[in-house]
Design a protein around this ligand. Structure first.
Ligand SMILES: [Zn+2]
Length: 310
């Protein structure tokens, strides 16, 4: 299995268009070590050769066209073709569905969502605009704890399975009023091709989740501190109000996941997070604990199982 991080930032990207926080100022100024990032998305393939493999995308970010353009493995290989065969959504957030509108050029796509997210999308009249012809958008439902073999819109298998598990989250703003909160509103995704396994848990309110048994874990790196936005004077919201467990602190993911035996990578990083600053003590703390920090274009190879104590 191979994965490519298409986008490693939280909603708003890095820099964020209306943000003048120290990180956003530094990355706009081109200060060394500050790297721009697009909004979170991942491409996964069972093929050892990404130039011929077909991909499942995790989430369709508003930056999807830029992400495809920067990723040769996702370029067409015929006059009308895409290596993107399926899209799996972790929730119904605008940051994760808006990209679907950029993939409308009469090309059939398979979309995998939980039934709660499907209801939310269909009741918000969103999906109708993506169904210009019969079979353009084939929606298949994911069930918590059940393994699903991914296939393209025509039913051709990708050689990958995905198993969703509940992560405590928050109902997307555009669902509020016509959808009830449910355990399957926000999910983590475990991918396997039979040899390696990768967990994508990029948004969750708690680090008390079972992440064991994976070779690679990508985890919620949105905020370093609970009061990150408040202390910068940017918002009245704390990390918990936005359903993100911070990295630091005694109940943060750095402490809670210290014993996790897997390659560990923070992603979905908000532009305010001090780990984005190359010389920060927070960056040093994360790296000293053995975590990596995702960047756009990061390639993850899962050929040799790396599981076990390290
Ligand atoms: Zn900022």
């Amino acid at each position: 299995m191979r994965a490519i991080v298409l986008g490693s930032a939280a909603g708003g990207a890095f820099p964020q268009w209306n943000c003048g926080c120290p990180n956003c100022v530094a990355v706009r100024a081109g200060r060394p070590g500050f790297v721009p990032r697009t909004q979170d998305s991942l491409a996964v393939t069972a093929s050892a050769d990404p130039t011929t493999g077909r991909f499942a995308l995790v989430n369709a970010s508003p930056d999807i066209l830029t992400q495809i353009q920067k990723t040769p493995a996702l370029w067409p290989r015929a006059p009308r073709h895409s290596p993107i065969a399926a899209i799996v959504l972790t929730n119904g957030d605008m940051d994760h569905v808006l990209g679907l509108f950029s993939l409308r050029e009469s090309y059939p796509l398979a979309l995998y969502v939980t039934s709660a997210v499907r209801r939310g999308l269909e009741e918000s009249a969103f999906i109708r605009t993506l169904r210009r012809f019969e079979g353009q958008l084939v929606i298949r439902e994911l069930v918590l704890g059940e393994r699903t073999a991914l296939a393209d819109a025509a039913g051709e298998p990708l050689g990958l399975t995905v198993t969703p598990s509940a992560m405590s989250g928050k109902l997307p703003v555009h669902f509020v009023g016509h959808a009830k909160g449910a355990a399957e509103d926000n999910i983590a995704l475990s991918f396997t091709d039979g040899a390696g396994s990768l967990m994508y848990a990029a948004a969750g309110a708690s680090a008390d989740v079972d992440l064991g048994g994976h070779d690679v874990v990508l985890f919620d790196g949105t905020f370093y501190r609970e009061d990150e936005l408040v202390s910068l004077g940017l918002s009245k919201s704390y990390a918990r109000d936005m359903a993100h467990v911070p990295i630091g602190g005694h109940s943060g993911s750095l402490a809670r996941l210290a014993g996790l035996a897997a390659r560990r990578i923070y992603t979905h990083i908000n532009n305010t997070n001090p780990i984005l600053a190359p010389d920060s003590e927070e960056r040093r703390a994360v790296e000293a604990a053995g975590w990596e920090i995702a960047y756009d274009g990061m390639k993850i190879v899962l050929d040799a199982p790396a599981r076990g104590p390290r």
